[in-house]
Design a protein around this ligand. Structure first.
Ligand SMILES: C[S@@+](CC[C@H](N)C(=O)[O-])C[C@H]1O[C@@H](n2cnc3c(N)ncnc32)[C@H](O)[C@@H]1O
Length: 287
């Protein structure tokens, strides 16, 4: 991966979004506990209005809608049309959640219309995060809250660093991505996150580590779970991107290497690998 190969809006709008749809149920299960922790931090109550930024297929929007109830409102916003289509299809009838295809960093947002800006892993992809949060903060009522979950660094996230290490020598050496370039790990540095939110005008910024084991593969047997984890790694996400243009023999070697490293994390019917996130909260000043 080169510095230019950062996550672009077009990735999510196109193939990235479609792959995410294909794996939606699996991905939701993998990150569910992280989303729950972020929702607890957001502490939504009945009647509140929430903007779910980069809502994807809408799992968090649905959970938030249950919390705010019929008198509340959740707007799930995402740049990916296939993901918003999926979110709409999965939303129960009469849900407090509605969905919109839009870039949250520039979409027209009603001023002071939301009590909470929320996100589960959807705020790390902005080209200019300070400008994006400044823009989104204007949609927050005075005294409103921000709560999101984002990944810590690659080095702290075994589910990426282990397979990445395993692929060394098989695929051409990766230039480490610029840690500040838009992408899943661009909020890994908590100092940077604090600076972005503060520069965007938010106060009471708190950033707390949250660790959890991620169910990376599942199956009836250990071997089946391992196969499943390898398939997942090679087909969706950062490492999948690094293999896109590689010939079949390289992909086969990469699969063997990833399988070997994952074997150490196999349980009876699953592969469980540690994930490390930040739970971030902040507040819009009262006036
Ligand atoms: C890692 S996924 C998380 C999706 C969802 N929140 C979840 O947890 O399942 C990141 C999401 O952010 C969306 N996204 C990226 N940049 C965005 C932007 N500028 N505005 C709105 N959504 C964006 C992507 O399309 C993608 O659905």
């Amino acid at each position: 991966m080169t510095e230019n190969d950062v996550y672009q809006v077009s990735d999510w709008k196109g193939q990235g979004g479609e792959r995410w749809v294909a794996y939606q149920a699996r991905l939701d299960a993998m990150v569910a506990v992280f989303g729950e922790a972020a929702i607890e931090a957001a502490a939504p109550v009945a009647g509140e209005r929430v903007l779910d930024i980069g809502c994807g297929a809408g799992a968090s929007s649905r959970d938030l809608a249950n919390r705010v109830g019929a008198g509340g409102q959740v707007v799930g916003m995402d740049i990916s049309e296939p993901l918003i289509d999926k979110a709409r299809a999965l939303a129960p009838q009469h849900s407090a959640a509605s969905f919109q295809v839009a870039d949250a960093s520039s979409a027209e947002l009603p001023p002071e219309a939301f009590d909470i800006l929320f996100s589960r892993f959807g705020v790390m992809f902005f080209d200019n995060p300070t400008a994006a949060f400044t823009h989104m903060r204007r949609a927050l009522r005075p005294g409103g809250r921000v709560a999101f979950v984002c990944w810590r660094s690659i080095a702290e996230n075994d589910w990426v660093s282990l397979p990445m290490g395993a692929m060394k020598g098989i695929i051409p050496p990766m230039t480490p991505p610029n840690p500040e370039a838009p992408g899943p790990f661009s909020f890994g540095d908590q100092g940077r996150v604090a600076r972005i939110l503060t520069a965007a005008g938010l106060t009471d910024v708190a950033i707390t580590p949250f660790d959890a084991s991620i169910p990376f593969g599942k199956g009836e047997t250990r071997d089946a779970a391992l196969d499943d984890a390898v398939k997942m790694t090679l087909e969706v996400g950062l490492l999948a991107r690094s293999l896109v243009d590689q010939p079949d023999d390289i992909r086969v070697r990469a699969a063997v290497a990833v399988r070997t490293v994952f074997a150490g994390f196999t349980r009876e019917r699953s592969v469980m690998i540690d994930g490390a996130a930040w739970i971030v909260t902040g507040r819009n000043p009262a006036s």
